[in-house]
Design a protein around this ligand. Structure first.
Ligand SMILES: *Cc1c(COP(=O)(O)O)cnc(C)c1O
Length: 399
């Protein structure tokens, strides 16, 4: 590491609040599936800023679209209409099959909006303020108070109690555990279609179908968090489309902006007509022309560059190569995931493995202490997979 990089890292540790144990590199630029640090060292990136940069770095068409919008209009206010937001909403409806869009600046904010919409829906039905939401153990929905309250990781919540209240936790893929939480106060069931942060656990078809049926019978809203698993990552635009289990409310973010901070929650017409109205919810920046120019271009490029087709082509190969590693090393217990959202489960902490890979020019990330998570740009090729496996195999053979 250069003296210059050391100095930057020291400065960062003095100036930034220490809420992350950061890897010891200062990143400078990106190109395709590669990142470069300020010393010019090249890294193959299998993280994409945690499932964000789906299109690869330095995509000219995307960059030009952003530059064009900067020269035109960066921000207005949601009190006026703007063309990029109108177009982005239309395209997002088209790819999701949902009916109404509210743009946010982040995933957590999309969750906040979804929770508010669900509570308002129930409030309009019976005028009461005691409604409950069922969320899942091991879930992750973000760090703001509403999102944290439905995050199924007690360690993240403990120091910040009290939470928003009236949240019950059930187990993913255990329908009986959900049933035992349901009562007349239940207004929504919230889950990630594929749990990301909590350890790469896909919801089963049967579980999703049972939940959908339960929600229909009891007029409970189904909220699916597609912030990490959505946007083509599992081989469908949204992971629930694989099962055809449609939510009443859906959240999306991360790859939606491919680097520009955006999110959205989407509602079906029934929920939209019976929940949030003027004055109930708002945002200064959400859905501004710049953010929506990014969403527009991302959705155009997904179509134009056949991004989802590429996921479906490369993902089985990634699974196969990861399975080979699992068979080769005793200390790898499992491989699970969907599409280009994969996890290798170890019988030990993976921090040292990730650090060694980084030294050898491969960027990986964990999901929990013992799982390596693979969330590469969706434009990766089989050759990129081979390059990744070669480095990881070298690292693992030294464990
Ligand atoms: C990242 C993530 C969030 C939070 O999104 P932020 O943009 O970090 O607020 C919520 N849900 C899931 C499933 C996520 O992966």
């Amino acid at each position: 590491m250069s003296e210059k990089m050391k100095e930057y890292i020291e400065e960062a540790e003095k100036a930034l609040l220490h809420t992350y144990n950061r890897y010891q590199i200062v990143l400078d630029k990106g190109d395709g599936v590669y990142l470069y640090d300020i010393d010019g060292k090249k890294y193959l990136d299998f993280v994409s800023g945690i499932a964000v940069f789906a299109l690869g770095y330095n995509n000219k068409s995307y960059n030009d679209a952003l530059k064009g919008q900067i020269d035109k209009l960066l921000h207005t206010s949601n009190y006026y209409y703007n063309v990029p937001a109108i177009e982005a909403a239309k395209k997002l409806k088209e790819v999701s099959g949902m009916d109404r869009v509210f743009f946010t600046n982040s995933g957590a904010e999309a969750i906040e909006g979804a929770i508010k919409a669900a509570r308002k829906y129930a409030f309009l039905k019976d005028g009461k303020n005691d409604h409950e939401i069922i969320a899942m153990n091991h879930s992750f929905h973000g760090r703001t108070f509403g999102a944290l309250s439905v995050t199924g990781n007690p360690h993240y919540r403990e120091a910040f109690e009290p939470m928003i209240g009236n949240i019950r936790f059930a187990d993913l893929n255990d329908f009986d555990s959900v049933l035992s939480c349901v009562n007349e106060k239940t207004c929504a069931i919230l889950l990630e279609t594929v749990q990301g942060e909590g350890g790469i656990f896909p919801a089963s078809r049967q579980f999703l179908e049972s939940i959908r049926k339960l929600c229909d019978e009891r007029d409970i809203l189904l909220i699916l968090d597609e912030i990490q698993c959505g946007m083509g990552r599992t081989g469908y635009m949204y992971a629930w489309q694989r099962y055809n289990v449609k939510p009443d409310i859906m959240t999306t973010a991360k790859a939606l902006g491919c680097g520009v901070p955006v999110g959205a929650f989407l509602l079906n017409e029934k929920t939209a007509q019976n929940s949030l109205v003027a004055g109930d919810h708002g945002t200064t920046y959400g859905g501004n022309p710049f953010a929506c120019a990014a969403i527009n271009k991302v959705l155009d490029l997904f179509k134009q560059d056949n991004i989802i087709e590429n996921v479906n082509e490369v993902a089985p190969y990634l699974e196969k190569r990861l399975d080979e590693l699992k068979d080769k090393y005793d200390f790898i217990i499992d491989r699970r995931g969907l599409g280009l959202l994969q996890g290798l489960v170890f019988d030990r902490p993976v921090g040292d493995i990730i650090n060694s890979a980084l030294e050898k020019g491969l960027i990986l990330i964990n999901a929990g202490a013992q799982i390596i998570r693979f969330v590469p740009p969706l434009v990766i090729t089989k050759e990129n997979v081979d390059d990744m496996i070669l480095i990881l195999d070298t690292v693992l053979s030294a464990v």
